[in-house]
Design a protein around this ligand. Sequence first.
Ligand code: CA
Length: 424
Amino acid sequence: MNIKANDPTLKSWVQVPENSDFPIQNLPFGIFSLDGDTPRVGVAIGSKIVDLKNLFELGYLEDTPFELADFDAAVLNPMMLRGKQATRTLRNRISELLNIENSELQNNPEEAKQIIVDMADAKMHLPVYIGDYTDFYSSEQHAYNVGCLFRDPKNALMPNWKHIPVGYHGRSSSIIVSGEPIHRPKGQKRPNPEEPPVFGTSNLLDFELEMAFVTYQGKPLGDHITTGEADEYIFGMCLFNDWSARDIQGWEYVPLGPFLGKNFASSVSPWIVTLDALEPFRVPGPLQDPKVLPYLEYEGDKHIAINLEMAIQPENSEATVVSDSNYKYMYWNMNQQLAHHTINGCNINCGDMMASGTISGPEEHEYGSMLEISWKGSKSVEMKDGSQRKFIQDNDTVIMKGYAKNDQVRIGFGEVNTKVLPAK
Ligand code: CA
C-alpha cells in the first residue's frame, strides 16, 4: 500500500524538533481548545497543532469529502464517520499543505497564523466519544505471569487462551484523557483469606501498560468483520493505562471477571495515531501453536512494533521508568481481536475503543504492571528519590510513553500522565 503521507523523505516548513513524536509522517488527530474557544479537531506536527476548523473555513480542504461540522466538533466521531478512505485523503492533503515544497499555506503567513497554533497553549480533550469499550487479554507473557501468581506455573494459561482472544466489556464512561487525576478507589476486599471481607481504600492500586485502537463504523448486527477486512475498520491507536485495584479485583472477579476493580478509570493519550501512519512498523507475529480456527487465521504481518514505557513520578521528585515493553509482544493482533469480537454477529460502532490487555515482554523489566513487577508485592522497586514501590501510592503520577521507530522515521504517541489523589 502506498500512502503518500508516509513518505520518509518528506520535510515540513513547520519546524519539527529532533526526536519529536510528531514529524510530518505522523499527523495524529486529536481534540483541542484554546482559551475561551470551542473544542475542535486538530492535527499535531512538532510542537504545533493544525486547527482543522480554521483550515476548512479558509478553504484549504475544499477537495476533501468533509464539512465544517466534522471539524467544528468536540470529538473525532463525525470526521471518522466519513470512513477510512476519507480520513486517508484528509491526512494526505494536510501532509501536502505542510510539505516544505508546497507554498499554498506556507506563503500565506496571515492565514497560517490562524491555522497553526502552539501545543503549549492548547488544552487537550478526550478525543473520541467512546460508545463501547472492550479490553482484551492478549499478551502471552502477561497471561502466563498472572496464571503463575494466582494458580500455578504448570497450568498458568487457561485451556481457552491460545484458541480465543479473551476479552471483556469494560466501562467507557470512565475513560479519561491524560492530565486528569484519579482518586484512589475504595471497595470491598479480603486481605486475609481466612477472615471475612472488609471495606476500605484500595492498597494495591496498579497500572496496566496497554495500547488501544479506535474503530470506524462497523457492520449491522448479525454480520462479522474478517481478519482480512479488519484494517479497514481501524482508525488509529493511542496509549492506554487501564487502572486496576488488585485487592478489589482479587476478591470480586469470580465468576464474571473484572468489575469495580477496573471500572473506576482508564487513562488515554490525547492523540490518535492513524493505523496508516503505523504501516511502516508492521512485524510478523509469534507462531500460533496450536493452530487457530479458520476465522482467526490471517495473512501478512499484522503485528506492530511500538516501544512502550511506564514511569512513576513521586510528588516533587523525578520519574523512574519501571517498565519498558513493546506492542510487538502481543500473541493476538488487532485483526484477530476484531474478527473474534464480531464473529457472533456483535456490531461495532464508530468510536468504539478496544484495548490490548497488559503487554508484558519476556524480561522482567518488560512486565507491564506492578502486580508482575513486584511479583504480587513480594519485592519492591526503588525510585530515583530512594523511596520504594510495590504498587502506586497517593500523589504519584504515572506516565506512559510510546513510539515506533525505524532508521528513517519516529512516530510517537505523546504521553498519558495521571496523578493519583487520595481517596475521596
Ligand atoms: Ca486491562
